[in-house]
Design a protein around this ligand. Sequence first.
Ligand code: IVH
Length: 695
Amino acid sequence: MTRRSGDPKGPANGPDADLLAATDRAAALRAEIRHHAERYHLLDEPEISDAQYDALVRELRGLEDRFAGLRRDDSPTQQVGATPSVLFAPVVHRDRMFSLDNALSREHLAAWQERLVRELGRTPAGYTCELKIDGLAVSLTYENGKLVLGATRGDGTTGEDVTANLRMIAAVPQRLHGDAPRLLEVRGEVYMPDAAFAALNRRQTEHGGKSFANPRNAAAGSVRQKDPAITASRELSIWVYQVGSTQGGPKLASHWQTLTWLESLGFACNPASAKVQDLDGVLAYVTAAQADRPTRGYQTDGVVVKADELADQRELGFTAKAPRWAIAFKFPPEEQITRLRAIEINVGRTGAATPFAVLEPVFVGGATVSMATLHNADEVARKGILVGDWVIVRRAGDVIPEIVGPVPSRRDGSQTAWSMPTACPFCQSPIVRVAEEKVARCTGGLACPSRVREYLAHFASRGAMDVDGLGYKTIDTLLSRGLIRTPADIFFLTPASLRGLEGWGDVSITNLMAAIERARTRPLANVLVALGIRHVGSTVARVLAQRYRTLDALLSAATCATEALAATHGVGEVIAGSIRKWAEDPDNLSLVARLREGGVKAEDPQPTGAPSDLLAGVTIVVTGTLVGYTREQAEQAVLSRGGKIGSSVSKKTTAVLVGESPGSKAQKAEQLGVPRIDERVFERLLAEGPDALAG
Ligand code: IVH
């Protein structure tokens, strides 16, 4: 491409200048690609993502296509994989192990089919779609049904003899079932399931060993080392997907039949493979495979599509590098490399100061990512990330983007270390870290605008007060106009106060006012979640609401009867202590008072209408002093669930609830063989019904 004169980007370049620039760039690319190929294939420790690597190779191939003189036989574009390591004996493959051409989009798949149609003069008779497993390609050779050789792919021509290690993988058959051919060479992918990978890295970290960047490297590293016992300890598996040389064996007409035959011999073939009729079938398979990718349990990086008929395959043949009859559709990359511009912090509603990465925007996992969480200062240190680094960013499925780690080889000396700021950027209060906590906290309390903003957003969110339409944007507007400062202020907003705000018309004002009105009568559990008391999430909130029914009752129990609160099933001392601390803070008490003034009910109506029949047919007798209930509360709890309260123990009594210093009723129960239960079991009885007594 030569620039037009007048191009604002610079003066016109002559073709010679272009060639010179291309020669330099190609040399740089070759060196870079070789470096990364070595990290990947020989050391199993890549520094860059596959996608990034592919992009480098594509750029080099583009230059070689434009300037034919730049193409050299030893160019990385002309090779498959890397030369084998010297650790293992070399194995020359009977049949070359080919690589696959890539399709990066659905259009590429359509273009591939068009090519097949051109070559064959007709549409291929169906395709096999397989997951592209992200592991280590191996070849297994069987003679008369016995495994005699296991090899890595290496450069496609020569691989490494890793027989002893591959024998350690349970899914690699040592002997084939049934009528095995004289010679059979099978290709497949050794992989490590995600759960095994996570467990391995945990173990490695605990024992001070190196952790692996991803399951593929873990699989490769486990096979390409000298000790079979290590391979055996690594929970590897294999899916086989292709046959190489054979002598003997059945006449097969299609790849699909081949897979069925391989299974009958005892090989593991991926169950997600499917036979489809046409390109629409292929595209539907790709969509489903991509959707299932994050939850599959092992890593896949695409879909391999193969023309199914072996006669079609023979007719189509191979290019120098890959079969024409197959293509690999690559999923959009889940990892990319980009520049870390800065590390900033967020202050959440609890004051926790969380660092996050500000990134040069990059397209990864199907979305443009410009920020990623860094969790806490320890995490930044553990990952060894410097501000200004090139970093690997990962975004899988709907998971929040994260930084995998830096690319140290790309540092140029301009990178700087980061530490947690000592003052909050929002309110300038000190940020402190309690020794045993991982998190640093802003000490500004509700004087910190960031904290207030997050508190408001949480308060109004679903599961809390659920004020429809009160998201960050509206909160920011209301905060900046001074219309709200605390969550209670929401309930003092009036149509008049909202009128005149930019973008706010009558309809949005009416809607927000209606949403606020609905929020006034949210169930107690929602109010408790909204208040953001530490350790009180939705489950605990529900337990508390069921037990206390009003916010007042809960708060007075928290301060005057903390033990009773702690004894409630599902609560415990930590939660009770946290609620007590919250209830003793005067700021919180004035918030509660103002919420009430604003019309928030914060109570659940007593059950009315037909009582629940959870305890129908159950008779409970209470004896002794209860910790978590008054006698009346306990009896009411049984009655409201359709149970009965007995005044004396008989054979008809279902159970006796025994408190402290019980009377003779406890003995009577023992004599009659009536179960005696404590308050914990009683709680379960109230929640689950009579089944709770069975255990
Ligand atoms: S078929 C001649 N099928 O992808 C056809 N390969 O880039 C050879 N791979 O070297 C390959 N899953 O390591 C095939 N279902 C699958 C695959 C698969 C993963 C790997 C294999 C191969 C590379 C090609």
